[in-house]
Design a protein around this ligand. Structure first.
Ligand code: ZN
Ligand code: ZN
Length: 372
């Protein structure tokens, strides 16, 4: 389920023949401009997601080839699902994709908690009624197994940063008219770690983290509403250098049902009766969350009549009981009459009087109470 229908090359502003480095560069630049933390534009959020998705596809030869040959449809049939990215800060995005720090200076944030991940699932209304466990694919930055997360190629040494003498901080004196101020800032050369990694880990390019495809089992509780989020604590991106992992937030969408409409915990549907069925009374099958049910309609059932099926609605989320299901009657009036039928109806009309159509006492009261 791609979030954009636009051309990925166009989104990144690169030529179709652009090389890996050029695509990476374009992505970095756009991500810097469009990150919702930075950009004031109202559509920054959407455009940022597009840019991340475009980069996700074009940075991997497998998905790029698929896209080049068959476009968006090719990706869909190839099973591609963009990771719904919600990395938090821009620095986290870059460290997840490239393993570096965008601002060049790492502070105490090097040991920061990992970023959260947003994912989405779409379920049927019936599944929302019963509750369901769904596997949700996510791409998670996990601690690199090869280097244990420190980004250093195993078996190689790390040297002490000469600029800061291994402290990770530089003292700067700022002279002003009011005197000298001493400011401490993270050492730009070693990004505040105090160490220079001469041989970055090959498996993770020194990031200490690698992206891994995972499938998370998400338990969706009965009665969940469209647009609610489920949090999976600690399943998000690994923190840098042993920091705590972030969370995964799964946004649940409920696909609109063909015949049932949900309103809170209640469910509504309509039924079409023919004029004669309504006049003579009938039995009909109506769809409910529990499958089809036989309903009886009395002779003289009026358009707009409502039958209430108590306790056949949606379960109350984290509560007890269920809402109701209300069936609204529509009466179909015949439109294509043969000469014979026309004659019969005219004959009927001649014999009918005001009494034939006299409303049931209390009909309007019943109708009102059905909607209460
Ligand atoms: Zn590594
Ligand atoms: Zn240093």
């Amino acid at each position: 389920m791609a979030t954009t229908g636009r051309d990925y090359y166009e989104i990144l502003g690169v030529h179709r023949s652009a090389g890996e480095a050029e695509i990476k560069k374009a992505f970095r630049q756009l991500a810097r401009e469009l990150h919702p933390d930075v950009s004031e534009a109202l559509d920054a959020d959407e455009r940022f997601k597009e840019v991340v998705e475009a980069y996700e596809v074009l940075s991997k030869s497998e998905t790029r080839q698929l896209y080049d040959r068959f476009g968006h449809a090719g990706l869909r049939s190839g099973g591609f699902r963009p990771t719904a990215v919600d990395f938090g800060s821009l620095a986290d995005i870059f460290s997840a994709f490239f393993g570096d720090d965008v601002f060049g200076v790492a502070t105490g944030a090097r040991r920061a908690r990992g970023a959260d991940i947003a994912a989405e699932v779409e379920i049927e209304l019936e599944e929302a009624a019963t509750g369901i466990t769904r596997a949700v694919p996510v791409q998670v930055a996990t601690r690199c197994a090869a280097c244990g997360g420190d980004g250093v190629e195993p078996g190689t040494a790390v040297s002490t940063c000469e600029d800061c003498g291994g402290t990770g901080h530089l003292q700067r004196v700022t002279r002003t008219g009011f005197g000298d101020f001493l400011r401490s800032q993270a050492c730009p050369r070693c990004s505040g770690t105090g160490q220079i990694v001469e041989h970055p880990c090959k498996a993770c390019s020194g990031a200490g983290r690698v992206l891994e495809e995972r499938s998370l089992d998400v338990e969706i509780p009965p009665g969940i509403h469209d647009g609610q989020r489920i949090r999976l604590s600690g399943e998000g991106h690994a923190g840098a250098l042993g920091g705590q992992s972030g969370d995964v937030y799964v946004l649940v969408h409920i696909r609109p049902h063909e015949r049932l409409v949900r309103e809170g915990d209640d469910v509504y549907s309509t039924i079409d009766l023919t004029m004669t069925e309504a006049a003579l009374g009938t039995k009909a099958k109506v769809p409910t969350l529990d499958g089809e049910l036989d309903l009886e309609f009395e002779p003289g059932t009026q358009p707009g009549a409502v039958q209430v099926l108590k306790g056949k609605g949606m379960p109350v989320l984290q509560g007890f009981g269920r809402g109701d299901h209300r069936v609204l009657v529509n009466v179909a009036v015949p439109r294509q009459l043969t000469d014979e039928q026309q004659g019969l109806l005219e004959q009927f009309a001649e014999t009918a009087s005001a009494e034939t159509y006299r409303p049931d006492e209390g009909f309007f009261e019943k109708l009102k109470s059905a909607f209460r």
